[in-house]
Design a protein around this ligand. Structure first.
Ligand code: FAD
Length: 328
């Protein structure tokens, strides 16, 4: 019996950082409730199972079934439903990743329970042992505490970087076991026709410690070359507002916000972004925001630790040159 079940994520057999973060969150809950922490690893092998144990899992469930080969969503949800019925967790933790956003609501529906989306924090109440999750509401302007009165599992979708992974400890003991969910291929309703890999350089937007974001105030796609320069110098990634992506200046994979990606960098530099609530919903957990905007009343300045009121054309080139001198 696992008290907490983490839905692990792998990419080319490598454990994704979100899994370590969820295991750390799971351990905090389990240390209060006295239960175990398990992790489900779809198509996972023994090595990755051992890795999760070193990061805090008591049980690593390697979920193996040939129907999972193409990792179709239908198959993943069906497999996880089987794992939940076998393991009977009281809490399920899922990452707010592209995969997690798809899997979470579907799995909750199958299990007949509710789901707290986009959570920043999750704890167990010391008296009741029930989970209390904290999530932003009203575009990040308020925080709501979510509890699950009776039904299990209590399902929580966590933002990336909400918790630091524990230091890997190879001496930790745990059990690696295989679950074969015995899926029928008819569960897969969608067929994978083609996989297109997108060429991407540098750090992923969601993982970046420094993000340089551009908005409509840049006036077109060309100035994003300067943002790319700055991001490269700082070892960061470029992001954008929805106005930019809707205009086709950048692909939607760059979009930060309510309907885009959630970022949690140490530093977010925004250029020509007004700071609409829907944008802030995706970046309000940034530790520091530096804003460049020519409108002193722009909403972004309410969240910025440092701000420059001015035309980016006068500010950005010298800023980039100064950074270049400092890093070289
Ligand atoms: P604008 O609001 O047009 O701001 C441009 C800014 O640039 C202004 O503040 C201006 O003063 C400044 N500027 C102009 N010229 C210069 C210059 N030369 N130098 C310096 N500054 C200059 N938006 C998102 O970003 N992400 C989302 O996920 C998202 N989801 C949404 C979901 C819904 C349901 C809805 C209704 C909206 C959503 N939006 C989202 C859109 C959001 O409301 C804003 O329209 C959008 O964020 C505005 O983008 P912007 O700041 O780039 O543009």
């Amino acid at each position: 019996m696992a008290g907490v079940l983490v839905i692990g994520e792998l990419n080319d057999d490598a454990l994704q950082s979100i899994t370590g973060e969820l295991l750390a969150a799971g351990r905090r809950i389990a240390d209060v409730t006295g239960e175990n922490v398990g992790v489900a690893l779809l198509n996972g092998g023994d090595a990755v199972g051992q890795e999760t144990i070193s990061l805090g899992a008591d049980n690593a469930y390697l979920v193996q079934d040939e129907v999972l080969a193409e990792m179709q969503l239908d198959a993943q949800v069906a497999a996880l439903e089987k794992v939940c019925s076998e393991v009977q967790p009281s809490v399920v933790l899922i990452g707010r990743t592209l995969a997690g956003r798809d899997v979470g609501p579907r799995l909750a529906f199958r299990l007949g329970v509710g789901l707290a989306q986009d959570c920043l924090q999750v704890e167990a109440d010391a008296n009741s042992g029930r989970v209390v999750a904290v999530r932003p509401v009203y575009g990040g302007n308020a925080l709501a505490k979510v509890t699950f009165p009776d039904a299990n599992p209590q399902m929580v979708v966590m933002r990336a970087k909400a918790y630091e992974p524990l230091d890997a400890d190879d001496s930790r003991a745990g059990e690696v076991s295989i679950i074969n969910p015995g899926l029928d291929s008819s569960v897969v309703k969608a067929r994978l026709v083609e996989t297109v890999s997108q060429a991407a350089e540098g750090v992923r937007l969601e993982d970046a410690n420094i993000v340089v974001g551009g908005g409509r105030g840049l006036g077109g796609p060309e100035p994003f070359d300067q943002l790319e320069d700055l991001a490269r110098l700082l070892g960061g990634a470029v992001g954008a507002s929805r106005a930019v992506c809707d205009a086709g200046w950048l692909d939607h994979s760059y979009q930060v916000g309510l309907t885009g990606k959630t970022i949690t960098p140490d530093l977010y530099i925004t250029v020509g972004i007004s700071g609409a609530s829907q944008h802030m919903a995706g970046c309000s957990a940034s530790k520091n925001i530096i804003a460049i905007n020519r409108d002193a009343d722009a909403n972004i300045f309410k969240s910025a630790s440092f701000g420059v009121v001015g035309d980016w054309k006068n500010v950005l080139p010298s800023f980039i040159e100064t950074v270049r001198e400092l890093v070289n």
